[in-house]
Design a protein around this ligand. Structure first.
Ligand code: NAD
Ligand code: UDP
Ligand code: UDP
Length: 343
């Protein structure tokens, strides 16, 4: 028996007589776990728009139905309220596994939940991929590099992570998820790929999820001081969400396992980021310094040479181009909130 004939999707499409969406390509049925979240909902838009069938699995921990409201009722779209920690039976061709609370606000409150989601949730989705012969994509994170001793970070770097710190539920959870993914690939022949995502921003981020871009943008719009943790000299590289979605799809469609760094190599200190937000939203915005959180990585910047070479992918949208695109979404949502409160 060849691997191909063991694969469920090779007969799946033919059996129900699917209509090809592009010349030479049949319509795929794709699961997006965490599809009601920030990145997931943009990915769903892309997959639905290109003609595929999408099933979202989400328990709405940090995601919102509003992010998907424009797809509700479409015949090629289905939304299932489900926690990936529990097993689920579905028949699909591809699995984009994004489900995981990713906001720093949740790290201390939801620590066990985050770890369980990363381990048991990933195990279940890999079990599903194995059973039906689906291709599996894991959204890992630059946090697997911890507080990196190598700069910029290449995929070959093994990282510098505190296994017992407040962020461990997230970074060690993702490291375990990567291990499981590679074990299912080597041991059970599951087709897999891994993306290591660097800080990403854009419309539909939670307004108050504690991440730096959403915090600064919300604060500047609300005329509150922008909170800089520590001295503000730590660096991050900020990627606009549509660039990431292009990268995830390119990876899923490729033959490569990865891991692949996906991020924008433009590097900014938090002080510089605050300046850009000021420039774009409100030149009179102010800054307030606050103590930094434990184990905060002092610098981060992706080396994306591997993705450029093998996936022909690189981000196109700079921070100054991307930020204004999230500002109108944030303004509208903040306005609606204020109206709800009678302000
Ligand atoms: P998000 O919080 O907006 O989305 C995560 C989604 O997963 C939410 O809709 C949430 O409700 C859902 N979810 C959480 N736990 C679940 C569970 N047990 N069962 C079902 N659904 C569950 O975050 P995001 O920024 O869109 O992140 C998506 C993925 O990308 C995450 O895996 C995250 O770790 C990864 N990532 C994101 C970034 C970034 O900067 N946005 C960076 C690195 C990695
Ligand atoms: N699983 C799932 N859906 C499926 C197949 C498996 O949720 O369609 C879950 C299954 O319940 C198990 C996990 O995935 O908890 C791993 O499955 P696998 O078959 O690899 O392991 P086993 O069940 O043999 O321990
Ligand atoms: N940060 C900040 N002010 C905020 C939120 C975050 O200065 O209001 C800092 C935080 O300490 C970190 C950087 O911004 O150094 C990026 O934080 P974020 O939580 O967005 O991403 P991550 O730490 O996961 O890269």
């Amino acid at each position: 028996i060849t691997r191909h004939t063991q694969h469920f999707p090779s007969t799946f499409g033919a059996k129900i007589g699917r209509v090809p969406v592009e010349i030479g390509r049949r319509r795929l049925r794709i699961v997006v776990t965490g599809g009601a979240g920030f990145v997931g909902s943009h990915l769903v838009d892309k997959l639905i728009n290109r003609g595929d069938e999408v099933i979202v699995i989400d328990n709405f921990f940090t995601g919102r139905k509003e992010n998907l409201v424009h797809h509700l009722g479409k015949p090629r779209f289905e939304l299932i309220r489900h926690d990936v920690v529990e097993p689920i039976l579905l028949e699909v061709d591809q699995i984009y596994h994004l489900a995981c609370p990713a906001s720093p606000n949740e790290f201390e409150i939801l620590d066990c939940v985050i770890y369980k989601t990363n381990v048991m949730g990933t195990l279940n989705m890999l079990g599903l991929a194995k059973r039906v012969g689906a291709k599996f994509l894991l959204t890992s994170t630059s946090e697997v590099y911890g507080d990196p001793l190598e700069h910029p970070q290449k995929e070959t770097y093994w990282g510098n992570v505190n296994p017992i710190g407040v962020r461990s539920c997230y970074d060690e959870g993702k490291r375990t998820a990567e291990t499981l993914t590679m074990d299912y690939h080597r041991g059970a022949g599951v087709e897999v790929c891994i993306a290591r995502i660097f800080n990403t921003y854009g419309p539909r981020m939670c307004l108050d999820d504690g991440r730096v871009v959403s915090n600064f943008v919300s604060q500047a719009i609300r005329k509150q001081p922008m909170t800089i943790y520590g001295d503000g000299k730590q660096t991050r590289s900020f990627q606009y969400v549509s660039d990431l979605v292009e990268g995830l799809v390119a990876l899923m469609e490729s033959e490569h396992v990865g891991p692949f760094n996906m991020g924008n190599p433009g590097e900014f200190t938090m002080l510089e980021l605050a300046e850009v937000v000021k420039e774009i939203i409100d030149p009179s915005a102010t800054i307030e310094f606050k103590p930094n959180t434990a184990d905060d990585p002092s610098k981060r910047k992706p080396d994306i040479g591997k993705a450029k070479e093998l996936l022909n992918w690189e981000p196109k949208i700079s921070l100054r181009q991307g930020l204004p695109r999230m500002v109108s979404d944030f303004r509208n949502r903040i306005l609606n909130e204020d109206e709800g409160k009678g302000i």
